[in-house]
Design a protein around this ligand. Structure first.
Ligand SMILES: Nc1ncnc2c1ncn2[C@@H]1O[C@H](COP(=O)(O)OP(=O)(O)OP(=O)(O)O)[C@@H](O)[C@H]1O
Ligand SMILES: *[C@@H]1O[C@H](CO)[C@@H](O)[C@H](O)[C@H]1NC(C)=O
Ligand SMILES: *[C@@H]1O[C@H](CO)[C@@H](O)[C@H](O)[C@H]1NC(C)=O
Ligand SMILES: *[C@@H]1O[C@H](CO)[C@@H](O)[C@H](O)[C@H]1NC(C)=O
Ligand SMILES: *[C@@H]1O[C@H](CO)[C@@H](O)[C@H](O)[C@H]1NC(C)=O
Ligand SMILES: *[C@@H]1O[C@H](CO)[C@@H](O)[C@H](O)[C@H]1NC(C)=O
Ligand SMILES: *[C@@H]1O[C@H](CO)[C@@H](O)[C@H](O)[C@H]1NC(C)=O
Ligand SMILES: *[C@@H]1O[C@H](CO)[C@@H](O)[C@H](O)[C@H]1NC(C)=O
Ligand SMILES: [Mg+2]
Length: 560
């Protein structure tokens, strides 16, 4: 498995052509588009000197003023990633073929770039020209009656990109553009018809035997996200921005830009991505793959249209989350975590469970995102050596203090998320009255007074009391101070559904009692955290215990 990946990564079996151009051009992301200026006859064939690719034409342009079959344009091209590629194009009256020669067998992405250069947009008879042709890749019909201008929304001089997967089995690739007798024949002049293409590129597509992550090219993702347009930003977390995008095959994706490159080499990174993307469950966000030819690595996920749970709970009321839905969300997160910890062939401790890492699909079922990300940044799987990957407010004490982590840190964070779902508020909110700022503290106060139901989100008109009480109880068990007191996720599932009774004693954790000494003096929290065993929810590196307050708000990331 590793061998295959390394082999393809190290091989340079890609090529790119700037069709009709008399000079090579370095396009985006270092793609070298080779020149392709040979004047092809009515039936001729040209192979480049390094014999990596060739081009052939069949067909004669009757009465065309010149027979060069190369079109030149100085028009400004809309929507182009590399506009120089559209200064020239190749055309053929019948069949235009490009070949890849001596390619390593395997799967490739073929990206074709078109723009209609032959017909003006003006309201003249010339604008009535219609170019229609078929596209075959390896002999398979990919587009019938392809019309560049139609694809561009009826506009000429507008770039259109098409990408296809092609399997090379005899070291040979054929891209065939074929005029099947459709469209106009005589606009602007007699004999002006047939396929036209401005540029193409062929790059190996990496697959893993287990997880099959796609390795996307940066150009592909750039196209998918409108050049990483700020309009497509879905949000920004500790790793960097997340963009919405759409792939040519119709898949809607979320592209996460990792602002820091991982310490790993590219092949190790791809291997890790392959591992993560092999973990599939209905309550886990699917990782499609990654991109490694960009400045910093990108991860490509399935897009979930109803956003993250924190948005739905704390920020807007667009989604109506009634109790039944919320209980299903709690169960779904528990199921996803059970799978990660206990069932998957690759056991993963998430380390950053929180409301923003729970996304909602069309039916509002929850999917956990960002699992396995920590693997891309740490070599060791049992102890964090470089820092804490986690978010303040969800950190289990043993993790915050001793950087000791097992799956019980996820159980802890799950408890916090469950309480947030019940209450509809975030774990820490400084604009609330003093006694309510810290959700766990407030919940414990009311729980001890046997008034637990008072923490329920006031927006919930009616709810199943048993379920709510079970959820609160489970949340309190999960957030016990000592990891040993917290049940494994499979037990949590059983407790939530009522298949198991809570028999464990739930005691108010010491870390909460110790908070309460602070008497409104927030610096106490941090200093005591360092000086004693007081299990505080804070992080070590960024906070200077002597000068800074513990900053019990927001999310933070470290060691990434
Ligand atoms: N697959 C996705 N589908 C839809 N929206 C997403 C997807 N992934 C992320 N988002 C949106 O982008 C936002 C930012 O995500 P990101 O994971 O970068 O940050 P975060 O979850 O707040 O913090 P962290 O970096 O710790 O995960 C999310 O809150 C969510 O709204
Ligand atoms: C390439 O074509 C351009 C424009 O047609 C021309 O100005 C230039 O001299 C040509 N270059 C070569 C190397 O032929
Ligand atoms: C014929 O070639 C010339 C340049 O050599 C170019 O300007 C003209 O557009 C070409 N005609 C067609 C129909 O492509
Ligand atoms: C894409 O974005 C880069 C950097 O922001 C910019 O330099 C480039 O011109 C953009 N390209 C297009 C086609 O918008
Ligand atoms: C290429 O893709 C096909 C179809 O997706 C798949 O069956 C095949 O295993 C892939 N081949 C390689 C070498 O990855
Ligand atoms: C999820 O979001 C989509 C798009 O915003 C919306 O059409 C749909 O109704 C939402 N689903 C629910 C259950 O609200
Ligand atoms: C914090 O509480 C205030 C007052 O109730 C509320 O307006 C705000 O949305 C809350 N913020 C979060 C993140 O829950
Ligand atoms: C908070 O505690 C610190 C250290 O114990 C002390 O120096 C400081 O004066 C206290 N601040 C307030 C407002 O009580
Ligand atoms: Mg996230």
């Amino acid at each position: 498995m590793l061998f295959i990946i390394l082999h393809i990564l190290n091989a340079d079996y890609s090529f790119a052509v700037d069709c009709g151009s008399n000079r090579s051009i370095r396009g985006s992301y270092n793609t070298m588009y080779e020149f392709d200026s040979t004047n092809l006859g009515d039936s001729s064939y040209y192979v480049t000197s390094q014999t990596r690719w060739g081009v052939s034409n069949v067909g004669k342009l009757y009465q065309a003023p010149n027979d060069s079959k190369i079109i030149y344009s100085n028009e400004k091209i809309q929507n182009a990633v590399d506009s120089e590629l559209f200064l020239t194009a190749r055309m053929s009256p019948s069949s235009l073929r490009y070949y890849g020669l001596g390619l390593e067998n395997g799967n490739y992405t073929v990206l074709l770039q078109f723009a209609e250069l032959g017909y003006p947009d003006s309201q003249t008879w010339q604008s009535l020209g219609r170019r229609v042709f078929d596209i075959y890749i390896q002999g398979d019909l990919k587009e019938k009656d392809f019309n560049i201008r139609k694809m561009a929304g009826g506009k000429s001089f507008t770039a259109v990109y098409k990408s296809y997967m092609a399997t090379v089995s005899n070291n040979f690739l054929e891209i065939h553009l074929f005029w099947a007798g459709k469209g106009t024949c005589c606009i602007p002049i007699q004999g002006y018809y047939g396929p036209l293409i401005s540029a193409l590129s062929v790059t190996p597509k990496l697959y893993n035997l287990v997880g099959r992550p796609d390795v996307f090219s940066n150009a592909e993702l750039k196209l998918a996200t409108d050049n990483f347009s700020s309009r497509n930003i879905l949000g920004e977390g500790g790793y960097g921005p997340v963009y919405k995008g759409k792939l040519p095959d119709g898949r809607v994706i979320a592209v996460k830009q990792l602002s820091q490159s991982s310490h790993q080499g590219k092949s190790q990174f791809v291997t890790e991505v392959a591992t993560i993307s092999s973990v599939l469950h209905r309550n886990l966000v699917k990782l499609h793959g990654c991109c490694i030819d960009s400045n910093t690595p990108l991860l490509v996920y399935e897009y979930l249209e109803n956003g993250s749970l924190d948005q739905a709970l704390f920020r807007d009321n667009r989604l109506k989350l009634d109790w039944a839905t919320r209980f299903e969300i709690i169960l779904g997160i528990a199921r996803g975590l059970t799978y990660l910890h206990e069932e998957s062939s690759v056991r993963i401790v998430h380390r950053d469970i929180k409301a923003s890492n729970v996304l909602l699909d069309t039916d509002l079922s929850p999917k956990i995102s960002d699992f396995g990300l920590a693997r891309l940044y740490d070599e060791k799987n049992t102890h964090v050596s470089t820092g804490i990957a986690g978010t303040f407010g969800y950190l289990a004490p043993e993790y915050a203090m001793r950087r000791h982590f097992t799956e019980k840190v996820d159980v802890f964070a799950f408890g916090v998320v469950a309480l947030e779902i019940v209450t509809g508020r975030s774990n820490t909110n400084n604009s609330l009255e003093e006694s309510k700022i810290y959700l766990l503290e407030w919940a414990w106060d009311l729980y001890e007074k046997e008034q637990a139901l008072r923490i329920v989100d006031p927006r919930l008109q009616d709810f199943n009391k048993d379920e709510v009480l079970r959820a609160i109880h489970v949340a309190l068990v999960c957030t016990q101070g000592s990891p040993n007191q917290r049940p494994p996720m499979s037990k949590v599932m059983a407790l939530l559904t009522g298949d198991a009774e809570v028999v464990e004693m739930v005691t108010k954790p010491r870390y909460i009692a110790e908070w309460q000494y602070r008497d409104g003096n927030s610096s106490y929290v941090t200093s005591s955290y360092f000086g004693s065993t007081a299990p505080e929810f804070t992080r070590q590196k960024e906070i200077d215990p002597l000068t800074q307050s513990p900053a019990i708000t927001g999310s933070s990331h470290e060691g990434r």
